[in-house]
Design a protein. Structure first.
Lengths: 431, 276
């Protein structure tokens, strides 16, 4: 009976929080708008029933009073935040006035958080009155008291990193099924946007470019990075400086990289000009002006930026390999290259996985480089999906297309990611 | 451990290493050279470029055309602010995940890192609308918040790996000696984690400094940092390479200089803690 009541309180608070978030991000539904406070009221009723059943409530002589006081203070802070939205307060303190809209939003949160925190305080007082110190505390106590510092520490991170991104992503996915044009609409319209998306040439070009760029940059940066690392796997002179130089490109913004390579690949002044001035008058190298190979021009810039980084990672991996392995393979007379392929590479599996994940996460996001280097040209020949999304959202005033395209991109990431994450991390949970 | 090799091979590979290093460094070196040349000299053949006159004119022109120092101060404020805020949130989080793990810790970490893999365009518009509603569009506060958000997973992950290297026994010993949570964190954990935190800060400052996608899309004029400043030189004046180089040098110089003086942290940070 006790556990059912406790469960009811916790679940209704959680559901009310969920409903609150859904309303906040713009789902319009009368029932839903009523839900957060109604569910809180339900939790409060259950709590009252618990008090009625116990017929007493120790407030001052309560072992959880410190925790309850903490929640009351939290409620007070939330209330103070909501005060910043009051006109009189803003008039008194002009400094906070410039973020008016921010306070207005926070006010909405405070209206919800104040009663929720107060409810936590009451519930804790109830639990503290009822239970003496137990071996295994009840559900509410486990949720609100055990490991509290750790929870408080982790919640802002979990909320910001997961909450914001998951909610925003779901919002986008939902709106990809609407006919949103200039402004987002929330009427469900089916797969109309997707039909249009897949019949657009520009989208196919973008996908093709992404595939070429992705496959090539993965293969080349791994192969070049690893080969260079094996060649340099020894203490060379001034290694620290050397590593820093190799990492410099990686520390530059894609915008700068794009512009630098735009210059280097320009026929009039760049590589073509230099080779011609050496006497090869007919030498042609103009990737940025040739729509068949422009994506390789972008690729060169991307490789320049990333390969040094991959090499440093690989070098670190090679350094982690025990010297005895080399001695053993030498004693057995195994050629160096065979040792690399059959012994060293399998041993460096974790390094390769880390590297692959870093490269892959960079590939999907390739946007700034293209914008800086070619702006998608010549024509549409170096378009990439991220740019397609962006152009439709902000340039073409066709939000639905942008949402549909970004949903497809999301699917393209998730389809390989989920099985991979499951295989790599799922089976060693305690690792 | 490095492989042992014969001396003459060692000389050969050292030379090769430096050749690779120079090749990679050349583009950076070249825009620095170009930035000191007149537009006319900048498009001559390489030898002539090196021999022609050097001057600071481009820098003066760039500063005059688009206030470099405004963008610079925006960049500094945004990258330091987002890093500070991120560390503030991430240190407790990483501490709780490393030392008070629950059965969900690993799952939360994976979830968090996977948000880094998702295409940012997928969340661009909802966040854009949110920014309009909150009045944060084209404000520095807004950029601080969003850059903190997008880099938070990496900060937490890095700090988590550093904290994991610290033996729990030391913290337990401190607790046995009567240290409270606050003291434990402040006087025992933090001093031991300083190198890790320093690398994390450096990495995050660099990531925030370079972030172009969000800064280009969420700013107009007021809060635009250096990435937007460079991008404004990209298309309309595409052929003014000397000025473009000057602008680029001005944007990357702080990173290059900072990186040079903190090489160890740079290497450790940029490789996400993999290279110590």
């Amino acid at each position: 009976m006790q556990s059912i009541a406790e469960r009811a309180v916790l679940w209704s608070i959680m559901l009310s929080g969920l409903a609150f978030v859904l309303v906040r991000v713009g789902l319009e539904n009368d029932l839903l708008e009523l839900a957060p406070l109604a569910l809180l009221a339900l939790a409060a009723l259950v709590a009252l029933a618990m008090i009625a059943q116990m017929r007493r409530l120790n407030i001052f002589n309560n072992r959880l009073r410190g925790h309850a006081l903490g929640w009351i203070i939290a409620a007070g802070v939330a209330y103070l935040l909501s005060l910043a939205n009051e006109k009189t307060v803003q008039a008194a303190m002009p400094a906070i006035k410039s973020y008016r809209k921010l306070w207005k939003t926070l006010d909405g949160f405070a209206d919800f958080l104040v009663p929720m925190f107060l409810l936590f305080a009451v519930v804790l007082l109830i639990v503290g009155t009822r239970d003496t110190k137990l071996d295994r505390p009840g559900r509410i106590e486990r949720a609100l008291v055990s490991k509290l510092p750790a929870k408080i520490a982790a919640i802002p991170m979990a909320f910001t990193a997961i909450g914001v991104f998951v909610i925003a992503t779901l919002w986008t996915v939902y709106h990809s099924f609407t006919r949103s044009k200039l402004l987002p609409k929330s009427d469900f319209e089916g797969v109309f946007q997707y039909e249009r998306l897949w019949s657009t040439d520009r989208w196919w070009i973008s996908l093709e470019n992404l595939a070429i760029y992705g496959a090539c940059s993965m293969v080349f940066s791994l192969v070049i990075g690893f080969t260079l690392a094996t060649l340099l796997d020894q203490k060379i002179r001034g290694e620290a400086v050397f590593r820093t130089i190799l990492l410099y490109p990686f520390a530059l913004s894609f915008i700068v990289t794009g512009l630098v390579w735009q210059w280097i690949l320009t026929p009039e002044f760049g590589v073509q000009n230099i080779v011609r001035s050496l006497g090869f008058e007919n030498f042609v190298f103009d990737p940025l002006y040739n729509s068949d190979i422009v994506i390789y021009g972008v690729l060169i810039a991307g490789l320049w930026q990333g390969t040094g980084f991959i090499m440093v990672l690989m070098l670190a991996g090679l350094r982690g390999i025990d010297q005895d392995i080399w001695k053993a393979s030498r004693v057995d007379g195994i050629p160096t290259w065979k040792t690399y392929i059959y012994i060293i590479i399998p041993m460096m599996r974790p390094v390769f996985i880390t590297t692959l994940v870093i490269i892959a996460s960079g590939i999907v996001k390739v946007y700034d480089l293209v914008v800086a280097q070619t702006s998608g040209g010549p024509g549409l020949s170096s378009e990439v999906p991220a740019k397609y999304v962006y152009d439709y959202m902000f340039g073409g005033q066709n939000l639905g297309q942008g949402f549909a395209a970004s949903t497809v991109m999301l699917a393209l990431v998730l389809i390989p990611l989920i099985p991979f994450a499951y295989l790599e991390f799922g089976n060693r949970k305690n690792g | 451990m490095a492989r042992t090799v014969t001396t003459h091979r060692k000389i050969l590979t050292t030379l090769l290493a430096w050749a690779v290093g120079l090749l990679i460094f050349f583009p950076i070196f070249w825009i620095i050279v170009l930035s000191f040349k007149s537009e006319g000299d900048a498009i001559k053949t390489p030898i002539q470029v090196l021999l022609s006159a050097w001057s600071f004119d481009n820098y003066a022109t760039v500063q005059e055309r688009s206030d470099y120092f405004k963008h610079f101060s925006n960049s500094v404020l945004i990258s330091l602010g987002s890093t500070f805020l991120g560390i503030l949130i991430a240190v407790p989080a990483a501490w709780s995940m490393a030392f008070v793990p629950s059965k969900r810790t690993r799952g939360i970490l994976m979830w968090m890192l996977s948000t880094k893999m998702l295409p940012a365009v997928g969340v661009l518009y909802p966040i854009y609308i949110g920014f309009i509603r909150l009045g944060l569009l084209d404000t520095r506060l807004g950029l601080v918040l969003i850059l903190m958000l997008i880099n938070l997973p990496i900060i937490v992950w890095m700090l988590y790996t550093y904290f994991k290297e610290i033996p729990v026994e030391i913290l337990e010993a401190a607790r046995m000696d009567g240290a409270r949570l606050r003291e434990e964190l402040l006087y025992v954990l933090t001093p031991m984690a300083i190198p890790g935190i320093a690398s994390t800060i450096l990495l995050n400052v660099i990531l925030a400094w370079n972030e172009a996608f969000w800064t280009l899309n969420l700013t107009a004029a007021k809060a635009a940092p250096l990435t937007a400043f460079i991008a404004s030189y990209s298309s309309p004046e595409g052929l003014f390479y000397a000025k473009l180089s000057a602008a680029s040098v001005m944007a990357i110089a702080p990173i290059l200089i900072m990186g040079w003086f903190s090489q160890k942290q740079l290497v450790r940070g940029l490789t996400f803690g993999a290279v110590k």
